[in-house]
Structure formats: C-alpha cells, structure tokens
Design a protein around this ligand. Structure first.
Ligand code: NAG
Ligand code: NAG
Length: 302
C-alpha cells in the first residue's frame, strides 16, 4: 500500500482527533564510540547536531556512566529537554538510578520532561503490570512534579499486560514499535508501524475512558538499521531502507499528531552482539541516523 493512500485510512480509524503535528525526539546513548562515558562536552556536541531536528532526547539508566549531571549541564547550555530512564529490573540498578535522580532532578525540573521506569520490562516478562506499577508509584513519590511512566513494546499495551498501569493512574506511556523486528519488508513497514501504534493507543484510551485526555502517549522507540546491520526475516537492513522508514513511517506518525522518539541518534559501536528472536546474531551497532562521530548517514525529509 502506498503511504499516501494509507494515511487517510489511519485517520479514519483514529481513536481521537489529533490536530497538532507530533514532535520528534531521539534515543541517545551515554557512551562514546570507544565505550568511555560521555562528558557534558560530548552531550553538547550531540545536541549541536540533533538541534537540526529536535530539542528532546531520552536515555535509559540515570546512573549509567554517571550521565545525569553531565546531560543536565549540556541540556541547560544548549536548551535541550531530557526524559530520564530508571532501570528497575534488578534492585541494585533501581536504587542506583533513583539515587542519581534524587541528586540531579530537584532544581533542574525545567530541563526534565519526564522519567520512565523500565524499558520493555513487561515484554521481557520481568514484571507483571501491578509489579511495575508499584515501581512507578515509588518513583513518582520521589518526584511529585515530574510525569513518571514507562516504555514498553506496543503489544504489551494492546494485549492488556499494562492495564494495571492505566487503571493505576499512570499518565506517561512510551510505546516501542519496530516493524523491523516484526520481520516486515520495508514496503509494509509503515503500515505495520501505524497498525502497532493504533492498537496500543486504542487500548490505552478505551481503558482510560474520560481520563484519556490527560494521558501522554508517544512512540518510545522506532527505527531501522543502516548498511552493515543484520537483516531480520523480510526486514532488510540498509541505509536506503532506513531513510525510507524515516521519511514514510516516522514522518507519517508525526503528521498524524503522535510524538516519536527515533531509535537512535548515533551509532553505538561499543555494543556487544546480541541474539535476535529468530536465533541469528542481531547487530545493534548500526541504528543511528548519524555515525558515532556524528556524520549524517542519510538526509531526512518530512
Ligand atoms: C502488512 O502490515 C499489515 C499491518 O500490520 C499486516 O496486517 C499484514 O499482515 C502485513 N503484511 C505482510 C505480508 O506481512
Ligand atoms: C522480578 C523479576 O523478575 N526480576 C528479574 C528481572 O530481570 C533480572 C535480569 O535482568 C533478574 O535478575 C531479576 O530477577
């Protein structure tokens, strides 16, 4: 299906009328190409490049690399906003990330948009909805004026695994949706991405009822690997496909009025190889819109 014919269908099925265009943001790594920790000056260089697209980034574990004070300093000097992450999977990182944010958040709320507790913890089966809700409420108590939510895979919202969060009053949801990891041909990737997001948004809004208007929902991660990345079934890595997914899928989602965090800003060559669900090695070092040394791999156009 051509994208131009897809959008009106998506709009026709949209759960709510969305008017304003969505905002782009980026998932941002906290390590340099060699695996060393980024300092404030490195984040400033990141922001100098990313400001062509956005003023918002998200990170994953606030104590990792002691990144919180460095990124806040850079955000203040470059007028950027941050969504901080807390990694609750194990008690040690949960406590370390909370401690890092307790030191960094108070007084800096002007550059901190939100905090996410967990990244795909429901998807990995690490927590049930009620268990994750408890962690989120714990963090919300520490930072009463900052929205606290989570990021998880679209299907965990759509299938009800996250229902306890919605019923429990959480109001900040990032929805990860990778047509690539669903093994989709690039030709069907935008349709799949829209379908994923619509299923998640529909489910959250239906359950929330009249509270839906107060709930923030954005795409928390989406993207496509460039040349050098590994394929996944019919999903073929490649720079031309990455540009196409950005220009059709990401731009389309923004036009539909949904904010999108693009995964990811810069390549992270230090990352170890991991195993994909199809049993083949999955390379995670070629997902950047930019190389690790901040050179554009393709020109984006919405
Ligand atoms: C294309 O995407 C749509 C929407 O997700 C899906 O229903 C359909 O099965 C996909 N087509 C193929 C060939 O996978
Ligand atoms: C509650 C629970 O299942 N915790 C597990 C989450 O995942 C980590 C590994 O990432 C385990 O060590 C925990 O036991």
């Amino acid at each position: 299906m051509r994208f131009s014919s897809f959008v009106p269908l998506a709009l026709a099925a949209a759960p709510v009328a969305v008017s304003a265009a969505g905002q782009l943001g980026f998932a941002l790594g906290v390590k340099n190409a060699d695996g060393s920790c980024k300092a404030a000056a490195d984040f400033e260089k990141d922001f100098d490049v990313l400001k062509a697209h956005t003023n918002t980034v998200r990170t994953y574990a606030a104590s990792d690399c002691n990144n919180a004070p460095a990124i806040v300093k850079a955000a203040k000097s470059k007028d950027f906003k941050i969504i901080f992450g807390i990694w609750p999977d194990v008690e040690e990182s949960f406590e370390a990330d909370k401690a890092a944010l307790k030191k960094t958040v108070p007084g800096n709320e002007d550059v901190i948009t939100a905090i996410t507790v967990g990244s795909e913890t429901l998807y990995r089966g690490n927590f049930t909805g009620p268990e994750l809700l408890e962690k989120i409420q714990d963090v919300q108590k520490l930072f009463p004026t900052v929205p606290v939510g989570t990021a998880d895979s679209w299907n965990k919202y759509a299938d009800g695994t996250a229902d306890a969060l919605i019923a429990g009053g959480v109001k900040y949801f990032l929805v990860n949706a990778f047509a690539f990891w669903q093994g989709q041909d690039i030709k069907n990737a935008t349709a799949t991405f829209f379908d994923d997001m619509m299923q998640a948004i529909n489910h959250i809004q239906q359950l929330a009822g009249s509270n839906a208007k107060d709930i923030y929902i954005a795409t928390g991660e989406t993207g496509w690997p460039t040349d050098g990345g590994t394929d996944y079934d019919d999903a073929k890595a490649g720079t031309a496909n990455a540009k196409r997914f950005h220009d059709e899928g990401v731009c389309g989602m923004l036009a539909w009025g949904v904010d999108v965090f693009f995964f990811e800003a810069f390549d992270e060559p230090w990352k170890p190889k991991s195993m994909g669900e199809n049993g083949y090695a999955a390379d995670e070092t070629h997902w950047g819109m930019y190389t690790a040394d901040r050179k554009p791999k393709y020109t984006v156009s919405c």
